[in-house]
Write a protein that binds this ligand. Structure first.
Ligand code: G3P
Length: 219
């Protein structure tokens, strides 16, 4: 399973990249706005900056909701860097746009996915990645992980090549379950990645090792 970081914060992207386990980055308009990145030129420059830090796919989302607008934006984004993946919402014009991009060799990430039906359409359109939003489903009392499981089963049965990119990941357990249920990629905040390291027995065990070593060395 590939690890992407879900942020537009350059410091956090660098920190995750320095771990040596980072395979890519996902962003969305809310994450860009959170970093204060506004205006066409600033947004383009920011994507370029991300691509310079990470040697992996970087999802850049279109703002348009009509076909022509998505095509114009997506082509401009894809031309920025070879690692840019155009992120497109799962709406009617979005599916048309994904088919258009697929036919022209432009890679896509179909986003805001909350159902297996949406996942089937996105795969039919040839999306490179599919982003089911686990956390937002959990928030409204639906089981996000069940959706990952269902999509993984459908894609395996049908032989779809679209990669399942578990998104809206909020905690380390979401990462573990995504791996267990067959997600190809997980995108998550840095806190969730670092949360995978946590275990009280690791902390107490390490403290004991260091104490024992210090005692022996003092003899
Ligand atoms: O990758 C999608 C993600 O950014 C949404 O996460 O936490 O806003 O639901 P969240």
């Amino acid at each position: 399973m590939k690890f992407f970081i879900d942020t537009a914060n350059l410091d956090q992207i660098r920190e995750a990249n320095d771990l040596g386990i980072l395979d890519g980055v996902t962003t969305n308009p809310s994450l860009m706005a959170k970093e204060g990145i506004v205006g066409h030129d600033a947004v383009m420059q920011h994507y370029k900056a991300i691509c310079e830090i990470v040697d992996g796919d970087v999802s850049a989302e279109v703002i348009s909701t009509d076909f022509e607008g998505m095509i114009a934006e997506g082509e401009q984004l894809a031309a920025l860097h070879e690692n840019i993946v155009v992120k497109v919402p799962i709406i009617k014009d979005g599916i048309k746009a994904i088919s258009y991009f697929t036919n022209r060799g432009i890679r896509t990430n179909c986003t805001l996915v909350f159902s297996a039906g949406q996942a089937i359409l996105a795969a039919k359109a040839g999306a490179t990645y599919l982003s089911p939003f686990i956390g937002r489903l959990d928030d409204i009392n639906f089981d996000g992980m069940e959706l990952i499981k269902q999509i993984a089963e459908i894609y395996a049965v049908q032989g779809y090549e679209t990669q399942i990119l578990a998104a809206s990941v909020r905690n380390p357990l979401h990462i573990v379950k995504s791996a267990q249920f067959g997600a190809d990629v997980v995108t998550c905040p840095l806190s969730a990645i670092l949360g995978l390291l946590k275990h009280p027995l690791t902390d107490s065990g390490l403290a004991t090792f260091l104490e024992d070593h210090a005692k022996a060395a003092a003899k």
